[in-house]
Design a protein around this ligand. Structure first.
Ligand code: GAR
Length: 190
């Protein structure tokens, strides 16, 4: 039977789309729910277009233990954070042990932590004069961006890059590797 995935996302949702498309192609998983903290997030348009149920939560709903039961209804093999900007409360991490993964648009442990998301990350990497950046797929634990690393992939930062150019390159890396990292994990769930 196909695995069930729940995606948490706050933004445009290009990673969510890449994951949906990848698993449509091989049938190993279906996205059964998309959770967002932003009522106008692009990812909710994707949910509508794909016929995937979605749930918009405010901070109180997100931090409420009642959310655990709602998520469990979908029997997720993994909860995937694809550009989700809120910290995950401890009880939620503990409710889904080793079953929550995040993607970060830099080579952790550098350029991670609170406030380091999206363009803030790419701006910091460019401003520091780095010659490479990349992506990190990691398990979620109680501390921002510090769970065990599952996969990293690198790309160059080239002279003249600004945050937009770097973000585009990073997104290409993400769209290729994130679905495949998820697939690897699913293939190894007993
Ligand atoms: C992605 O680049 C992801 O790595 C980043 O947000 C972007 C979401 O793009 N996540 C973080 O910065 C988390 N700290 P998307 O909405 O197009 O998938």
């Amino acid at each position: 039977m196909a695995h069930s995935l729940i995606i948490f996302a706050s933004g445009r949702g290009s990673n969510a789309q890449a994951i949906i498309d990848y698993f449509k192609g091989n049938g190993k998983a279906t996205v059964s729910l998309i959770v967002s903290n932003k009522p106008d997030a692009g990812v909710l348009d994707i949910a509508r277009a794909e016929g995937i149920p979605s749930l918009v939560v405010d901070r109180a709903q997100f931090n409420d233990v009642a959310l655990v039961a709602k998520l469990r209804e979908h029997k997720p093999s993994l909860i995937v954070l694809a550009g989700f900007l809120w910290k995950i409360p401890e009880h939620l991490v503990q409710a889904f042990p080793d079953s929550m993964v995040n993607i970060h648009p830099a080579l952790l442990p550098r350029y991670g932590g609170k406030g380091m998301y999206g363009h803030h990350v790419h701006n910091a990497v460019v401003a520091a004069g780095e010659t490479e950046s990349g992506i990190t797929v990691h398990y979620v634990n109680e501390v921002y961006d510090s769970g065990n690393i599952i996969l990293q992939a690198r790309c160059k930062v080239v002279p003249g890059d600004n945050a937009d150019a770097l973000a585009a390159r990073i997104h290409r890396l993400e769209h290729y590797y994130f679905p495949r990292a998820i697939e690897f994990l699913l293939d190894n769930i007993n």
